[in-house]
Design a protein around this ligand. Sequence first.
Ligand SMILES: [Zn+2]
Length: 156
Amino acid sequence: MVYCKKCGKELSEDAEYCSGCGARQHVDELELASWGERLVAFLIDSLLVGIVAGMFAWPLGWHDPFPFLNIGVNSVFLFLYWAYLEGTKGQSLGKRAMKIRVVDLYGEPIDISTSIYQAVGKAFLMPLDVIVGWLLYQDKQQRLFNYLSGTIVVKE
Ligand SMILES: [Zn+2]
């Protein structure tokens, strides 16, 4: 017998999904998205949101006050954009273009609160979020805030 990795229920070895909580069992088969694919998705998102945010930020003259802590209009827009789209659809427009998505460690869709958590790092704490992830969480290729929120980015 094996046990569900999420809820601990006993399952037969070949069970693909847990009969208790529905979690996918063979998570080793998930294929991680590369940092390169994620970077392209990030650049697409930043460009799209940057254009919209720029229209709001420019008249206000709002600039980021500190290095490594981005709290300008742009990052607030990006935060809301990622938190919402990745929490409801699993993908931003950039990720959809790259055919990658954000899931939990079991390959399941994330909810909005998890998405809000994972979006904090990439919206407000770039590039630290990625640098810490590169150094510490290379096995699952997680940003710091992926690690903290229990999320990974996989290929579709
Ligand atoms: Zn389970």
